[in-house]
Design a protein around this ligand. Structure first.
Ligand SMILES: Nc1nc2c(ncn2[C@@H]2O[C@H](COP(=O)(O)OP(=O)(O)OP(=O)(O)O)[C@@H](O)[C@H]2O)c(=O)[nH]1
Ligand SMILES: [Mg+2]
Length: 166
């Protein structure tokens, strides 16, 4: 089981939809803010599937209640949203410092890559997120991937990581 968390509207629900629907479907499907939790079984390879639990951004105060039940945690960030970057950094540092996550496998997903139009903008976001500092100081094994739930960029790498949790 893996946990899927991150600030509101970063694209967690769309990612789950994309992971469970046909590859040809590329439309921007409508999602609603997630309240409560939902469990979704994702087929990550021919033989392996992994159950993912999404907790919406509005549930951030109770995320830690779920940390100890899972071996893997996916934290999603909207790489196109400079307004949210500071809050996202703080939430991610909180996650890394929680006693329950010290031996968790963690995947940091930068989503909405389709909206990031230049390398300079991406670099600015990573800098403001303090990515290098965070990775240098984290005790956990943190993997980083860049994706777009809109056009499925980076999905192969994400599925490879998920396969290791299956
Ligand atoms: N352009 C673009 N839009 C995206 C992408 N991923 C999600 N969105 C859009 O962003 C909005 C929010 O997506 P959700 O998947 O509902 O976000 P969430 O993280 O589940 O939000 P909460 O459940 O409230 O925490 C929706 O309108 C999505 O269509 C992406 O990769 N690119
Ligand atoms: Mg959601």
């Amino acid at each position: 089981m893996a946990l899927l968390i991150g600030p509101s509207s970063v694209g967690k629900s769309l990612l789950l939809k994309r992971l469970t629907t046909d590859e040809k479907d590329k439309e921007l499907v409508a999602t609603v803010p997630s309240i409560g939790t939902s469990l979704v079984k994702v087929q990550v390879s021919r033989k392996k599937s992994v159950t993912i639990r999404e907790l919406g951004g509005s549930m951030a105060p109770v995320w830690p209640d779920y940390y100890s039940d899972v071996a893997a945690i996916i934290f999603v960030v909207d790489a196109s949203n400079l307004q949210q970057v500071g809050a996202a950094t703080i939430q991610f540092i909180h996650l890394l410092n929680s006693p329950q996550t010290q031996s968790s496998k963690i995947l940091l997903l930068f989503n909405k890559l389709d909206l990031v139009t230049s390398e300079a903008d991406k670099g600015k976001f990573m800098h403001l997120f303090m990515l290098d500092d965070i990775l240098r100081h984290s005790r956990q094994e943190v993997s980083v991937a860049e994706v777009s739930a809109l056009n499925r960029t980076g999905f192969a790498a994400m599925k490879e990581w998920l396969e290791l949790c299956a």
